[in-house]
Design a protein around this ligand. Structure first.
Ligand SMILES: Nc1ncnc2c1ncn2[C@@H]1O[C@H](COP(=O)(O)OP(=O)(O)OP(=O)(O)O)[C@@H](O)[C@H]1O
Length: 239
């Protein structure tokens, strides 16, 4: 149900690649300021859901309302102008450019975009590495750069695909702290995550996907009371 605080309302979204259906009637909503994770096994359709929201997949049916506007037929740049930003799993850092140049790449599309100094305040490591080339960065620094870069656009709704993937625990903690800080500042954040601990720590709600469908929805409280429920979907704890 759409309310004044609903930022995202996805209804009956189906999508695929070259005729192969991957999403099969996905529906969920997000309220302003919420952190929600998409959980599910490999291939469940989590990344495809993010790509659909950002307008990268044309082959889709169903409706997506963002900030009250229908966006299912919009191009990525139109969706970006409405205040959504996407951080892909592969992070998309330009290897030949420095940290600073990577940060300066995206246009500031809306008021409220972070300045370079504000990005550096959030990620002090990036300030130290500002002249380093993309290729010289650690995985953690690349992830910080990928997040910092989208913050410059002024987007207040962020789609983050597996931000903790392949990172050392100490860096995962730092990314978690940053997500919580962004939530504190009023950002709405949709995360794809495989790292259940990271997801549990951060999210207000969890949307569980299986073979292109939403099969369950858990609140933070549900997750604490009944961790087994979600582990069963992910095929954990049954070894
Ligand atoms: N560009 C593509 N072309 C064709 N099929 C694709 C493409 N991207 C993903 N798929 C297929 O769509 C299905 C869902 O993939 P998706 O990446 O959305 O899953 P996921 O839940 O994010 O899992 P993962 O963590 O493995 O990325 C998979 O069967 C995958 O092989």
């Amino acid at each position: 149900m759409e309310t004044s605080t609903t930022v995202l309302d996805v209804r009956n979204l189906s999508a695929g690649y070259a005729g192969n259906q991957v999403l099969d009637g996905v529906s969920f909503t997000m309220a302003r300021g919420e952190v929600v994770t998409l959980l599910g096994r490999n291939g469940a359709g989590k990344s495809t859901t993010l790509k659909c929201l950002m307008g990268f997949i044309a082959e889709k049916t169903g409706s997506i309302a963002f900030e009250g506007q229908p966006i299912a037929r919009c191009l990525p740049e139109q969706i970006a102008r409405l205040g959504m930003a996407y951080c892909p799993e592969e992070r998309g850092i330009f290897s030949q450019l420095s940290v600073r140049e990577n940060l300066l790449l995206p246009p500031v599309l809306r008021a409220g975009g972070l300045s370079l100094d504000e990005v550096y305040a959030l990620f002090p490591n990036l300030r130290e590495r500002s002249t380093s080339q993309g290729t010289k960065l650690s995985g953690g620094e690349q992830q910080m750069l990928a997040i910092g870069r989208i913050l410059r656009t002024g987007a207040k709704t962020l789609l983050l695909d597996e931000p903790s993937e392949g990172l050392a625990p100490v860096i995962v903690k730092l990314i978690a702290r940053t997500v919580l800080e962004l939530k504190r500042r009023g950002f709405t954040i949709l995360l794809v995550e495989q790292n259940l601990r990271f997801a549990t720590e951060l999210a207000d709600r969890h949307v569980v996907m299986e073979t292109g469908r939403v099969v369950d929805m858990l609140t933070k409280g549900d997750m604490h009371r009944d961790a087994g429920r979600v582990e069963a979907y992910l095929g954990m704890g049954h070894a």
